[in-house]
Design a protein around this ligand. Sequence first.
Ligand code: HEC
Length: 409
Amino acid sequence: VGAYILECLAFLLRWLHVVAAIAWIGESFYFVALDRGLEKPRQPVQGLFGESWSVHGGGFYLKQKFLPAPAQLPENLHWSKWKSYTTWMSGFALFCLTYLLSPQVYLIDPSRIALTSLQAVGLAIAFPIVGWFVYDALCRLVGFRDGVLGALVAGLVLVFAYAATHLFAGRAAFLLVGAVLATIMSANVFFLIIPGQKRMVAALTRGEAPNPLDGARGKQRSVHNTYFTLPVVFAMLSNHYAAAYAPEHSWLVLALIMIAGAVIRQFFVLWHSGERAWWLLGAAAALLLGVFVWLAPAPVMTAAPPGTAPAATTATPAVEAKGPADTAAVVAILGRRCVACHSAKPTMMATAPKGTTFDTAEQVEAHAGLIYQQAVALKVMPPGNVTQISDEERAAISRWYLGRDNAAH
Ligand code: HEC
């Protein structure tokens, strides 16, 4: 029952997290587009910087931007902050509930580094905190030399990607790099952008000129947040794509896809100022395509028809020239190594992950391709090898899968 309640909580938190993130990122995109699309005001008004008309939901909207401020502040001001805070808090709670509660399953991969549960949890919590302090220190040290700062922040993300993929299990590693960026984004809102705006409003209410440094700082951090959005969303979704986090140089995969995300974001930023920088989109597409080609699975050795040379020689080491293993043997292996989770009545989890169960020979046959992919080709199952599957067992699954593949052709 306890496990079931945790699962319900995780479901609610994930739902909240995704909805809050959509609202936050949507608002962030909206304001960048609005800012970039402003036109010269038709009538001069004191402090009016630009305006933009739109039609939406059966009415017409005139949005006006005042800089530094309108002659008189309105009574009601909307502050954009709760979407960000809600996203961060629900994300952190979800991370605690899933990853931190089961470090052996999710955080630790003994083939990378054999951390204890306590070390893994401590490191996972330290990651985003250290990330924020280093990032914030860089911003304060470098000031407004934006090119230098941009390069340093990109370098910082690279260091975190490298560290995470060498310390944590694949899925957790990508997620944690995403968490570092997401924490920086929310902390920018919480520690810099909102307090700066509060001081600005307070100064204006007193009839004084606001400190321009607050405005400039807020703007700088807000620009960083803009380029973090797409990389963060990829990192958060990546844990469904074992092909991305399982390879040896996964930190490079993560870095390249994040760069593509930032480039795509730049395309849209320019788009809203009326620029059509298609080459940016082309560059991002080429980068992604390059990553896909790089990650494409190597051809596996299949039994050659009599009298011909073997079709391919780049075999997975697991594939050996023994005869195919039969399904019963594989069902027995999965019974030992997988059904603790993948079962109608799992013992290590509340419910079978993704509803995938291997209790019967039919179920195993039906999932043959996925089993081969996850347990042999990518070796991401069992997670962190908690159930200690052996290389021989993986090889037997491989022979079984490839054998039945040949039989089918
Ligand atoms: C400790 C629990 C656990 C064990 C043991 C385990 N798995 Fe998994 N498995 C998971 C989780 C959690 C997921 C969901 C991963 C995700 O969300 O992408 C998963 C996902 C999968 C999937 C992907 C299902 C889909 O529809 O995409 C396959 C296939 C799979 N496991 C096969 C195996 C095999 C084969 C073994 C044994 C060799 C195994 N698993 C052992 C927890 C486990």
